[in-house]
Design a protein. Sequence first.
Length: 197
Amino acid sequence: MARIKTENNLTRKEVIVSKAATLFREKGFKAASMRDLAEAVGVEAASLYNHIKSKTEILHELCFSVANRFLHKIDEVEAEQSGSVAKIEKLLRFHINEMIHHYEEVYVSDREWKHLSDPYLSNFQNQRRIYRKRFAAIIETGIYKNEIKKIDAPTAVLIMLHAISGIESWHRSTQKITAEELEENMISILVGGLVNR
């Protein structure tokens, strides 16, 4: 019987989750089957169950590992003694880098979370809501301190996050600028548009 090949110090479960992220992005969570995943990993479908209970468990793992990374980052940024513009830039750079370097996972977490079941679904929606509120609060502090233009902070957060999710088209493009150029362009547009000059 074939064994799951591990690389880059990943556990077998991490290999399965990584391959699942690619599969869920390509086919969608509903359409992807355990048989498809077994094929992608290179084992019999029955062997997968030695490492994971279900397809839903993988989605849960993907969604919450991404959400936890973002929550950890905002904790870190909020604790810094820097201005609001610097904090927003740090968060945006983190979002951009996650979308560039962990594209499959972030894409699945952003698009397929609706297939989670309760209590995980409610928990995940709540985490997303809280994250956006905290991001908006950083903008509101910047407005109060005259560092940022008078804008509606929740709308600004939505616009910025949607712009970053558009990096998906950069991944599909055959003629693309480098990841570094993409990051600098996005920061220049998104942060530059907020600053109160």
